[in-house]
Every structure is written in structure tokens, then in C-alpha cells.
Design a protein around this ligand. Structure first.
Ligand code: PRP
Ligand code: URA
Length: 208
């Protein structure tokens, strides 16, 4: 199930990022800020459970906490560009990592690293990557997590296209939760998103 998170602040910050004149510091700051805004919206409808605490006035108080562990799993490298923004709002979350790059000829994802924290398999696991282009990287990352027993996996991307969304739905069903800040119009012949924002990893880290 695709949810495009529409909010004026997200649109303004995404415009800043799309601008080819934005340098890596502007790009990175806006990306993290959008990640915070997105996770705020995403967790709005998630379950909580009671948490008992004592206030400084020695009064018992039944507060609230999220009902399961949360794990953010950035796909390296570009997913790292959203991590600080996510952890800013959810500091108790754990972090897994999946290292993957898209081969420039075949456009297929190649995995080079995988590490998940030791948490229950029904934890909320959010795969994080700014770009959902062909969807190959996300499909492989989600498949890896599912094969490892995780059964509550979701996807947070910044910009996606229909082709990528359909690829996820083909593999994991229409109910699989995909969160985007924007659905762009198409992929070009090099499988880059248009209008897009270029190579997310390069723009975050100032590489070429
Ligand atoms: C980018 C992006 C995604 C992938 C999207 O990573 O961050 O992981 O491409 O493309 P897809 O949907 O067609 O798989 P890239 O392979 O450029 O690696 P990087 O993050 O290390 O720059
Ligand atoms: N990866 C990127 O970084 N950008 C795109 O537009 C597509 C894949």
C-alpha cells in the first residue's frame, strides 16, 4: 500500500534538494529534516502500549511507549542520509545495515554487507533509502530481511516511481507499506528518476 506523505514542509524541503545548485550540506540537511517529518507521520497510526513511570512529584503515571522495537535499516550508502533525521525523532530505535549498490550495466543490486540487531522478528523494521527507481535494491533488501525471519517490514523512500512501486507490490503484495515523499513521473534510459534529484549517494556525500 503506497502512501505519499503530502505536507507543505516536505514539498518545500524536497524542492531545495531537487535544485541542481544545492550543495551536499543543503542536500543532506533537507533530507534529514524530511526523514524526521516522514517518520512523525508514519508512526501516527502505530500501536502503543502503557508505560508506568513516577513523576518528580512522586506520582505514578501511566504513560505510553511504542508496542514493539523499531529498527531502521538504511541501504548503504544513500540510506544513511536519512538516518540522523529518523533517529532524531525515534532515538530508542536500533539500526541494521544492508550494503548494496546498483550495477551500472545490469541495474541489478549487489549486496556487500548485512547486519541486523538481535531483536524479535515481529519488530517494526523500516528499510530506508532515498530512491525507489527500478525497485531492485529495495526488493533484494526486503527479501533478505524476510528470509532472515523478519515479518513486519516496511519501506521508507524519499522519491519513487510507479515502476519501483509495482516491483515491490509484485514481490510482497499490495498491502506492503511503502512510504514516499513524492511519486515522480518516470525513469530515464539509465534508470534514473525524472525529474528526480540525481544520484542521491553522490549528492549526500559530495562524491561523483
Ligand atoms: C541508489 C539508491 C538505491 C538504488 C535505487 O543507490 O540509493 O539504493 O540506487 O535504484 P533501484 O531502485 O533501481 O535499485 P546506488 O546503487 O547508487 O548506491 P549508493 O547508495 O552507494 O550510491
Ligand atoms: N539512484 C539514484 O541515486 N538516483 C536515481 O534517480 C535512481 C537511482
Amino acid at each position: 500500500m503506497l502512501k505519499v506523505l503530502n505536507h507543505p514542509l516536505i514539498s518545500i524541503k524536497l524542492t531545495n534538494m531537487r535544485d541542481k545548485n544545492a550543495d551536499h550540506s543543503v542536500f543532506r540537511r533537507n533530507l534529514n529534516e524530511i526523514a524526521s517529518l516522514m517518520v512523525y507521520e508514519i508512526l501516527r497510526n502505530y500501536q502503543t502500549k502503557p508505560k508506568n513511570i513516577v513523576t518528580p512529584l512522586d506520582k505514578k503515571y501511566e504513560g505510553t511507549t511504542i508496542d514493539k522495537s523499531i529498527v531502521f535499516v538504511p541501504i548503504l550508502r544513500a540510506g544513511l542520509g536519512m538516518l540522523d533525521g529518523l533517529l532524531e525523532l525515534v532515538p530508542e530505535a536500533r539500526v541494521g545495515h544492508i550494503g548494496m549498490y546498483r550495477d551500472e550495466q545490469s541495474f541489478k543490486a549487489k549486496e556487500y554487507y548485512y547486519k541486523m540487531p538481535d531483536v524479535k522478528k515481529d519488530s517494526y523494521v523500516f528499510v530506508v533509502d532515498p530512491m525507489l527507481a527500478t525497485g531492485g535494491s529495495a526488493v533484494d533488501a526486503i527479501t533478505r530481511l524476510k528470509n532472515n525471519g523478519f515479518n513486519n517490514v516496511h519501506l521508507i523512500c524519499l522519491v519513487g516511481v510507479k515502476e519501483g512501486v509495482e516491483n515491490i507490490e509484485k514481490h510482497f503484495g499490495k498491502d506492503f507499506e511503502i512510504y514516499l515523499a513524492a511519486l515522480d513521473s518516470k525513469l530515464n534510459e539509465n534508470k534514473y528518476i525524472e525529474p528526480g534529484l540525481g544520484d542521491a549517494g553522490d549528492r549526500i556525500f559530495g562524491t561523483k
